[in-house]
Design a protein around this ligand. Structure first.
Ligand code: FMN
Length: 909
């Protein structure tokens, strides 16, 4: 132990024993920064103390505090200063709050007080930082440093800036130095690199503008070179207070208004406009913070790294352990909680096994994002509102974790979860004073929370969208988000059990909200919208049964040709990744897939006639099933919409020898019009039917959940059905029932293979595709739809944009199975169509291309990305425009563009 070596302090050791024995054990628990509250103090010791070289009245002390029954001590920095009567009454009065005790030194009586209350002490620290000073102290050094941001505060070293300790409401001491700088003095000491110092330095140097820039630091380096941060200095940013307070004020005004002027607040959408702007900005800045932290800087402490399976296991183990410990605590403390909480507690304790089991399943996921340094203790209280913007503060991580844990790279989604939980806390906290009107006001707050969360996520997604490692694919990330939420809510619960038992309802209800999600097959977990929000939101997310197919929601992937298979028309891993990304939609209908080589009309569209194709599709169905999705194969024959170039020189086939007007052949260059097809003979028709049957059998072997027969868009079945392409005079032409004969023969053959409950039919009643037309569409399509209904098909997809002349509303009552509407639908019009009974589900085509997470976007209110038609087909769309041979994997790297480039998800391909 060091002893003071200056005359002013000599003799003070008479006060030393009472200080340790009585004064500090009383003084410490009264300090907000003291982390050992509630634990009985066994003893306090000076571990180190030394007087300041040029200021004999200042003493730097490090104290150790031991607690009864605990082996670990806590260590604190306690710089002390002495004030003498001659310093004046005023000074004595101003220091009283920080005074520890009176001391008697060499016949003089003085006051010993916390040196951070001493203006000159704080000013000197700033000055020494500016000088990058190094001062020997005991066996080590005090190391002062300044960052380039210090240069922005030249007046800070003039010593004249007034010093003011700010209200003590944190685990550190904060001191304003003029209106230029903010000094943060750490009290509890932890040796090792301070995450806040490191993060502050990194972000300041990276030019991230939404933090208070780090201007300087004081660290102690011991004899072994181990550093301990003592003081940080930040640039002061003018602000209107923290976002927690701002939000509470906002919500109080809102709830008062709800009671006083209910008619004014009926339109909550308009009411929360300004707050939504704030939440969007907060989301954007959070995303930008993560982007900055995800930059490859060359500093290994910050470089982003992929999340590995081992990371996932480690995180999930920790979450599981903490959840187990929390549930144990809950069980032990049940009786001491308010009785009103018991039903929830019991429900949770009964469901704990299921909650923990859901974590196991999460371990199989590939989250697709990188791990980076992150905020770590992110909530509304860690954000300052500054004019129209926000300032993110307190980058020290979660104080209850070790420094090493806090410096660990993690999924930045943890911060996202932190803030989302904080909105939930804010809503509950705002409601607490309104005890009498709780019931009436709670839905208002639910609505506010939903809008706020959506706006925040929208902003976050916008800011991270084009960042490969960060952009969140909500659907894919949801199980991980759920795991992080479980972790966070367990932490909250432990905190409330320890500190504020009457707040325990908030985390309890947070945990209960996770429970209904367990009933759904993994991983259809919707973390980011609470059940109450979902039910308020949309009929689109209600499950529905089509024949034997159970759809978890009514958002269907419309079939979309993307031309990414290989030249043998074999599906590849790239396609598996693409469909897996969309597994969260209620039903996936694959791109059109030819049942035989004569049924193709485009480059690189897949087939289902060869064994290689069956094996390729199997990988896709497996990938979708792994994620709990269901997928049907669209069985296809293009008929006359082809060219000998695709058919080994053969002439395309059709019902009659009529060319589809003067149409150019799609995706073929140089341009060429479609030729006159060969009219199929009756035996040839039977062969095509057999090809469909075989295709259906192959689809079964490939693991599909069913098939959809492509009877629309001007392809072979449509050519037979509609009068302008079918001039036959045999049993396959003429009346609607004759024209429908071939399509229905195909249906019967396929139903024989699958059973009607797993077969769907695709039709295009508007008749304006690729040269189609019918003399009486209503009659023709009514006949067909009735015949399909008689056969009890699982569903039909009617592609017809809604317009006054649509015939779909007339077809809908003719069909008893699932009616899926398609073309031009938005979330809103889809909800209307389902709510009004015009459809049971809606298929989304172009919108599904740039939005693999369309369901989550709909749920959370995030604006979907706009389609980019130039990337719909591959970069080599023209069959004879091949610049390079295809790699062995069966796709070009350039195929990813516009295909897998939306969101971060990287299912390995
Ligand atoms: C790039 C692209 C490829 C398509 N491929 C198919 C297909 O293979 N099978 C099919 O039945 N419809 C196909 N369609 C039509 C869509 O399924 C859907 O009917 C159409 O895009 C209208 O719906 P939307 O307005 O939601 O995009 C395709 C559409 C696009 C834009």
């Amino acid at each position: 132990m060091n002893t003071p070596s200056n005359p002013n302090l000599e003799g003070w050791s008479a006060s030393y024993q009472p200080l340790l024995g009585e004064i500090l054990p009383t003084f410490l628990p009264a300090q907000r920064w003291f982390a050992g509250k509630g634990a009985p103090i066994e003893k306090v010791e000076f571990e180190q103390y030394v007087s300041w070289p040029e200021h004999s009245e200042w003493l730097l002390a490090r104290i150790g505090v031991w607690f009864t029954g605990r082996s670990e001590a806590q260590h604190y920095a306690l710089p002390l200063a002495l004030a003498w009567p001659e310093d004046g009454e005023e000074k004595w009065r101003s220091l009283r709050r920080s005074a520890l005790t009176k001391v008697q030194i060499q016949a003089r009586t003085g006051w010993l007080y916390d040196a951070f209350a001493e203006e000159r002490f704080c000013q000197l620290l700033v000055k020494l930082m500016a000088q990058n000073a190094q001062i020997p102290l005991g066996a080590g050094w005090l190391r002062f440093s300044a960052t380039p941001a210090f240069a922005g505060c030249p007046s800070a070293i003039s010593e004249a800036l007034p010093v003011k300790q700010l209200a003590a409401d944190s685990s550190n001491t904060s001191i304003a130095i003029g209106d230029r700088l903010l000094m943060k003095a750490y009290r509890r000491l932890q040796s090792g690199m301070s995450p806040e110092l490191e993060m502050g330095r990194f972000l300041t140097e990276a030019g991230f503008r939404n933090i208070a820039p780090l201007a300087g630091a004081l660290e102690y380096e011991d004899g072994n070179g181990e550093r301990t941060a003592l003081v940080l200095l930040h640039g002061f940013v003018a602000n209107q207070g923290d976002a927690w307070r701002y939000t509470q004020d906002y919500l109080k005004r809102f709830l008062d208004n709800c009671l006083q002027q209910p008619e004014m607040v009926r339109k909550a959408d308009e009411i929360h406009g300004l707050y939504r702007i704030f939440a969007t900005t907060l989301g954007r800045r959070t995303g930008e913070l993560h982007r900055t932290l995800a930059q490859i800087s060359g500093d290994p402490a910050f470089n982003p790294e992929p999340i590995t399976a081992a990371d996932l296991t480690r995180w999930l183990n920790r979450i599981r352990d903490e959840a187990i410990a929390t549930f144990e605590r809950l069980a032990q403390q049940r009786e001491s909680l308010p009785e009103s909480a018991w039903p929830r507690v019991d429900r949770l304790l009964a469901a704990r096994g299921a909650l923990l089991a859901s974590l196991k399943q999460t371990a199989t996921l590939n989250p697709g994002t990188v791990k980076i340094r992150y905020h770590g203790d992110y909530h509304l209280g860690q954000v300052l509102v500054a004019k129209e913007d926000v300032i993110i503060i307190d980058l020290e991580g979660e104080p209850s974790r070790t420094l090493e844990e806090r410096r660990d790279k993690q999924s930045p989604l943890r911060d996202v979860v932190g803030m989302v939980r904080s909105f939930n806390y804010a809503a509950h906290a705002a409601l607490r004073p309104f005890t009498a009107d709780r019931q009436a006001l709670a839905p208002r707050l639910d609505d506010w929370e939903r809008q706020t969360r959506a706006a925040f996520l929208n902003g976050y997604a916008e800011a991270t969208r084009d960042n490969v490692g960060l952009g969140i694919d909500l659907a894919q990330a949801n199980p991980l988000l759920q795991a992080f939420t479980l972790e966070k809510v367990c932490y909250e619960l432990r905190y409330e059990l320890d500190n504020r038992p009457d707040w325990v309802e908030i985390p309890l209800s947070g945990l209960c909200e996770l429970l209904p999600l367990l009933d759904q097959p993994f991983p259809r977990i919707n973390l980011l919208s609470s059940p109450s929000m979902e039910s308020a939101m949309s009929i689109l997310f209600e499950p529905v049964q089509f024949g034997e197919l159970r759809l978890q929601n009514r958002v269907v992937l419309a079939p979309l040709t993307r031309c990414r298979a290989d030249y043998q028309r074999v599906p590849n891993a790239l396609m598996a990744a693409y469909y897996a990304q969309r597994a969260w939609m209620g039903l996936l209908i694959t791109e059109a897939t030819s049942v035989e080589p004569m049924g193709v009309g485009y480059p690189r569209t897949p087939g289902i006639w060869s064994e290689a194709q069956v094996a390729g599709w199997r990988k896709i169905t497996d990938a979708v099933h792994e994620r709990g999705g269901i997928i049907v194969l669209q069985l296809w024959h293009v008929g006359r919409l082809s060219d000998p170039l695709y058919l080994n020189g053969a002439t395309p086939v059709g019902p009659s020898a009529i060319a589809p007007h003067e149409l150019s052949i799609a995706l073929l260059r140089p341009k060429k019009t479609y030729g006159v097809p060969h009219a199929l003979t009756v035996p040839e028709i039977a062969q095509v039917v057999a090809a469909f049957r075989q295709g259906a059998q192959n689809a079964k072997r490939a693991g599909f959940d069913g098939v959809e027969i492509h009877g629309g868009n001007g392809y072979l079945l449509d050519q037979f059905l509609q009068s302008n392409a079918n001039l036959r005079t045999d049993a396959y032409g003429g009346s609607p029932d004759n024209r429908a004969r071939f399509p229905l023969e195909v249906v019967d053959a396929v139903v024989e293979v699958w059973g009607a409950g797993r077969v769907g039919y695709h039709l295009a009643p508007r008749c304006d595709f690729l040269g189609m037309g019918d003399a009486n569409p209503l009659e023709t399509f009514s006949y067909l739809v009735s015949a399909l209904s008689q056969r009890h098909l699982a569903f039909i997809v009617a592609r017809e944009r809604a317009a006054p002349d649509s015939i779909s509303p007339k077809l809908r009552p003719l069909f008893t199975g699932g009616f899926i509407a398609n073309e031009g639908y938005t979330q809103q019009t889809a909800e209307q169509a389902i709510a009004s009974g015009l459809a049971d589900a809606v298929a989304f085509g172009m919108l599904s291309i740039p939005n693999p997470d369309l369901v989550e976007k709909f749920k959370t209110g995030i604006t979907p990305n706009a389609p980019q038609p130039e990337t719909f087909y591959n970069k080599h769309p023209y069959l004879f425009d091949l610049a390079e041979p295809m790699p062995a994997e069966g796709f070009y790297e350039s195929d990813r563009e516009g295909y897998l480039s939306f969101g971060p998800l990287k299912v390995s391909a």
